[in-house]
Write a protein that binds this ligand. Structure first.
Ligand code: SF4
Ligand code: SF4
Length: 333
């Protein structure tokens, strides 16, 4: 028996229901479509008036209590976003692709972010009605403070989400500034109002983790307790390899987030979305609780991989189990 869920049953706020558009978010995301297509922005638009769920996005912010710590973090993030990038240096530095990629580690060493990776841009990552000519995506990951995150959906976790988005934005701007000082144009992409590209697919492609049943990324070391930033550039970086730890398979047997999600938006099976069968959170069921709590985050907080130190042990155990199974399969019948 799963533990009793303190947030169930959940009844959506009537005011929010009155703001929902006639089109479903799942339709905008093309749930059930077998055709490959670029994504359409459903939430987190830089200008909420550009999207169907714009009124819900505005309502999300009205739910936040005016907490001084949260407001201070938000103010810091605004200052980071407003800082101009340096001019583009006239001479472009020349390094080998491997040298460029290894130089990114300086931002991890300096504590700006916890992870770096690089993927080649793929057209299906770019939102409809947006374009980019940049060839590479540098991904940056920043880790949550687990003690704060585990209080989700409380405000303490919400303030840490804002703080980590601020760190991700600062590191994206630092990387973009560094590239421009080396003569390579670069565009920082910062969440949550990303505006141009999806963040999770390039993060998976560059080896940050695997997609979990809760629709977020899972990294063996940080679990789902991290946020992403990105930098778009043509500087000739070597890509970092995609990795498979068996987390996707683990999710088929785990139900922790399914049981914890107040509106039961996390489903047991993968679904077809824009031509790919994958884990998918029911947007229309999630959004009333997500907006009411100004960001929820319960599913990423309860995921067993997020608890510090747990993921690396699980990887070792899973590798041992896979080896035993392989040896068993090789025995003559
Ligand atoms: S963020 Fe959405 S999917 Fe995750 S637990 Fe909250 S309501 Fe459920
Ligand atoms: S809680 Fe379990 S099922 Fe959900 S994402 Fe984490 S590992 Fe996967």
């Amino acid at each position: 028996m799963p533990p009793k869920n303190p947030h169930r049953p959940f009844t959506p706020d009537p005011e929010l229901l009155s703001l929902l558009p006639t089109i479903k978010g799942n339709s905008i995301n093309r749930l059930g479509s077998k055709t490959k297509a670029r994504p359409e922005m459903v939430f987190w638009a830089p200008n909420p008036d550009d999207i169907e769920f714009g009124e819900v996005q505005k309502w999300f912010y009205k739910q936040e209590p005016p907490d001084p710590k949260l407001m201070a973090e938000r103010q810091k993030r605004q200052e980071i976003l407003a800082t101009p990038l340096p001019d583009l240096a006239p001479e472009a530095s020349q390094y080998t692709p491997d040298e460029w990629t290894s130089k990114l580690n300086q931002f991890v060493v300096a504590g700006d972010c916890e992870r770096v990776g690089v993927a080649h841009m793929q057209p299906e990552w770019v939102y409809q009605h947006h374009e980019t000519s940049y060839q590479n995506v540098i991904m940056l990951g920043v880790q949550h403070d687990y003690e704060k995150l585990k209080t989700a959906p409380d405000l303490i976790a919400g303030a840490d989400v804002t703080r980590q988005y601020g760190r991700a934005a600062r590191s994206a701007k630092k990387v973009a500034s560094w590239l421009r000082e080396h003569g390579w144009d670069a565009e920082p992409v910062t969440g949550p109002m990303v505006g141009k590209i999806l963040m999770i697919p390039p993060a998976i492609e560059c080896g940050f983790g695997e997609l979990g049943k809760h629709g977020s990324l899972i990294n063996p070391e940080y679990g789902s307790g991290f946020r992403l930033g990105a930098v778009l550039t043509d500087a000739p970086f070597a890509t970092t390899p995609k990795r498979d730890w068996g987390i996707d398979d683990f999710c088929t047997r785990c139900k922790v987030c399914e049981n914890a999600c107040p509106p039961e938006a996390i489903k047991a099976d993968k679904q077809m979305v824009r031509g790919t069968k994958k884990w998918y959170v029911n947007f229309d069921e999630c959004i009333p609780f997500f907006a009411k709590t100004s960001g929820c985050a319960i599913c990423i907080a309860v995921c067993p991989w997020t608890r510090p130190g747990v993921g690396e042990n699980m990887i070792v155990k899973m590798a041992r189990r896979a080896k035993r199974q392989e040896e068993k399969n090789q025995q003559p019948v």
